[in-house]
Write a protein that binds this ligand. Sequence first.
Ligand SMILES: Cc1cc2nc3c(=O)[nH]c(=O)nc-3n(C[C@H](O)[C@H](O)[C@H](O)COP(=O)(O)O)c2cc1C
Length: 166
Amino acid sequence: MQYHAEFGRLCAALEGAGAFLVVEDAKGRVNVMTIGWAQAGYIWGQPVMTVLVRPSRYTHSLLKTAAGFTVCVPAPGKLAKELAFCGSRSGRDYDKVRACGLKLAEGAEKGLKYVEGCELVYQCRLTGTSELDVRTLPAAEKGRYYPDGDPHTLYFGRIVKAESNR
Ligand SMILES: Cc1cc2nc3c(=O)[nH]c(=O)nc-3n(C[C@H](O)[C@H](O)[C@H](O)COP(=O)(O)O)c2cc1C
């Protein structure tokens, strides 16, 4: 599918139970965390998915040497327990793939794995990062989302493949 074809469904998931962010580092360590913040659009002449990950997340440490990431959106109401688990437990303490019984499949490029059975899958090759400058935010957002710091890193991923199983 074209990367923007299911934009509404992607946003509904992000605003709801979330989506899985799957990252494999250069050593082959794989982790799944739930995300609610992401953007899909067109930058540098290519379709790009941007995910926002706080430095405190285990996922953040894996992203240092990762080739990319995948964003996997279950069908509405599906895998809700798994999304909740992956959004509240750290890969430092759990093998979340095993604990949730998730099946991972190999993506189109090396280092890209995705959760099987999801409705939408975006496979993304890392093309850059940026640190959020919290000082530029309105006071309300700063106070609500960053009372203890830990500002997100933005990871830009070129969407190399977007799939819909609807
Ligand atoms: C619905 C939902 C959405 C979330 N969205 C994000 C997000 O966009 N960015 C982020 O850094 N953490 C987000 N989190 C929190 C992480 O998923 C959570 O801290 C997780 O345990 C981190 O896993 P890790 O340490 O294995 O990387 C979200 C949690 C939930 C439940």
